[in-house]
Write a protein of this length. Structure first.
Length: 256
């Protein structure tokens, strides 16, 4: 009995020690990755500059227009009340589809992943650090877009902060997972960047974050429904504009 008890105690102590080492490695590697990712022009352009520029372009074109009398457009929210929550998803999509797979593919191409593994940094820690970095940077970009929208275009405050956070977290994790998958499948950084850019712009233009869904044809709407940004934009718009948690859209994102 005493021997068995001592063995269980040793096992628990060893497990806790490994967990602490793993957490320390993850924390240190995430900090290093954050500094590296911030040095990449793609990150600065698509996580911060592009959404802000697009915000002001669409804001100057549409303002808070709600369409002609009797016409339902922008889901009847008003143009910028429709676009701003959708742009939160677009920021996450940009990082997940462009920056993340390009960064991971560059690591594979240069043999960095092999060297990391040899130094004790395992695959789950690499993917975990990339997800944490992506979540942090996209959150900064999303907050920037939301604040500027409310300051310059009289966008209403989120009706339910809790529902908005839930939709944002699920949307962002979906794009981070897709970015990791793309980075794992594409062996070259240039190829990953090109594929990511194509996916991003296709999603942006058929998901209601550029032309509103009401002016798109059935074919474009059908394509949009097959892509995650469409569902992320819907879930974020519903949460922002008082329709609560859209369980259907969040379920589709989680399934993706």
């Amino acid at each position: 009995m005493a021997v068995a008890s001592a063995s269980r105690s040793t096992t628990r102590t060893g497990f806790r020690s490994r967990a602490r080492r793993s957490a320390r490695t993850l924390r240190k590697f995430t900090f290093v990755e954050l500094k590296l990712v911030l040095r990449e022009p793609l990150t600065l352009v698509f996580s911060f500059a592009f959404p802000v520029v697009f915000l002001f372009v669409m804001g100057q074109v549409f303002g808070q227009s709600s369409g002609e009398p009797g016409e339902v457009i922008w889901r009847d929210f008003g143009a910028m009340n429709y676009y701003i929550p959708g742009y939160l998803g677009m920021v996450a999509c940009a990082f997940g589809m462009i920056t993340l797979p390009t960064h991971l593919a560059a690591y594979r191409e240069r043999g960095v992943l092999r060297r990391l593994h040899a130094s004790g940094v395992r695959g789950p820690q690499v993917l975990g650090s990339q997800t944490l970095v992506g979540f942090a940077l996209t959150t900064v970009g999303a907050v920037l877009v939301a604040v500027l929208g409310m300051l310059f275009y009289e966008v209403r405050s989120p009706a339910s902060v809790a529902a908005l956070i839930l939709a944002y977290v699920v949307s962002t994790l979906t794009f981070m997972a897709l970015g990791c998958l793309l980075g794992a499948l594409v062996p070259r950084a240039r190829a990953a960047q090109g594929i990511g850019l194509i996916l991003f712009f296709v999603m942006m233009f058929v998901s209601g974050t550029a032309p509103p869904i009401e002016v798109m044809g059935d074919t474009l709407v059908g394509i949009g429904k097959a892509l995650p940004l469409y569902h992320a934009a819907f879930a974020l718009q519903d949460a922002w504009n008082g329709l609560g948690v859209n369980g259907l859209e969040l379920g589709i994102l989680a399934a993706i």
